[in-house]
Design a protein around this ligand. Structure first.
Ligand SMILES: Nc1ncnc2c1ncn2[C@@H]1O[C@H](COP(=O)(O)OP(=O)(O)O)[C@@H](O)[C@H]1O
Ligand SMILES: [Mg+2]
Length: 269
């Protein structure tokens, strides 16, 4: 079941000043995100698709207050997200959100034990309760052995490291989990396992998911809504099956032409 609007973006834009190519070239602007409106309902799973450079990562950074928009607003549960606010006054936002990136190794401090890595947000966000117990619990939730807490990131495979990154992202029980290509660096088997963990988080803990993925199969498996982006704009949005099986925008048709989309209701004969 999904409910009220949880995340809402209006007129969201982000421009970057970049140096032109060639000697003495003037600075110019890139428009990474261009006037995007977006609503994510509580308990839903939203997929964001589009080719590389279409603005997906920029969008999720702005939604989480990790970057400041050039124009527009983001609210979570009606509360304005202000990336420039102090760390302290962003506690409410950090408590409600967690993020997993593509490269699990880059996001794990190699000098810290897995237990400390996963517990760190609990300390940083003043989460009450038995933190050691919570670390054990969340490691088990993502399918790691309890003794993982005493070990170090380099002792794990890429897939296991992504489980650690996921445990860290959800240790404080965020309402919203954002994944920016969280499965893309993983091989097929591991991808399926972590996909199953994400599905479980959603059904058992009612987590709201926002998932950037270029893998249409992952989006079809996990998301009930999809937005399609190109050139910093949303060109199509709607229920996953509708968008993937009956794309309206020419861009979406081109994007999907290169990947097979399986219609679960049509028997192949
Ligand atoms: N820090 C930055 N400085 C300059 N340009 C950037 C920066 N981050 C992103 N961009 C540009 O903004 C556009 C959108 O990037 P991004 O949001 O990372 O796309 P995606 O995640 O869909 O691949 C791209 O053209 C990218 O080059
Ligand atoms: Mg990206």
């Amino acid at each position: 079941m999904t409910g009220e609007t949880l995340i809402s973006a209006r007129g969201l834009s982000r421009r970057y000043r970049v140096r032109g190519t060639g000697p003495g070239a003037p600075r110019r602007e890139t428009i990474a995100l261009d006037d995007v409106d977006l609503d994510v309902r509580a308990g839903s799973a939203l997929g964001i698709i589009g080719e590389s450079g279409s603005g997906k990562s920029t969008l999720v950074r702005l939604l989480l207050g990790l970057d400041t928009p050039s124009a527009g607003t983001v609210t979570i549960d009606g509360r304005p997200v202000d990336a420039r606010a102090s760390a302290r006054s962003l506690h409410w936002l950090r408590r409600r959100t967690g993020i997993v990136f593509q490269d699990p190794y880059a996001s794990l401090d190699p000098r810290m034990s897995v237990g400390r890595i996963v517990a760190e947000p609990l300390w940083a966000l003043d989460v009450p309760g038995d933190r050691r117990a919570r670390v054990r619990e969340v490691l088990s939730d993502v399918g790691l052995e309890a003794d993982a807490a005493e070990r170090y990131p380099h002792e794990f495979s890429g897939g296991q490291r992504q489980r650690i990154a996921l445990a860290r992202a959800i240790a404080h029980r965020p309402q919203i989990l954002v994944g920016d290509e969280p499965l893309s660096a993983l091989d097929v088997t591991v991808r399926a396992q972590i996909l199953a963990v994400l599905r479980r988080l959603r059904t058992e803990q009612g987590m709201t998911l926002v998932l950037v993925s270029h893998d249409i199969g992952v989006v079809q498996n996990l998301c009930d809504e999809v937005v399609v982006m190109t050139g910093g704009r949303v060109v199509e949005e709607g229920p996953t099956e509708k968008v993937l099986l009956e794309p309206q925008a020419a861009y979406t048709r081109r994007l999907l032409a290169s990947v097979p989309v399986i219609d679960p209701h049509r028997s192949r004969d």
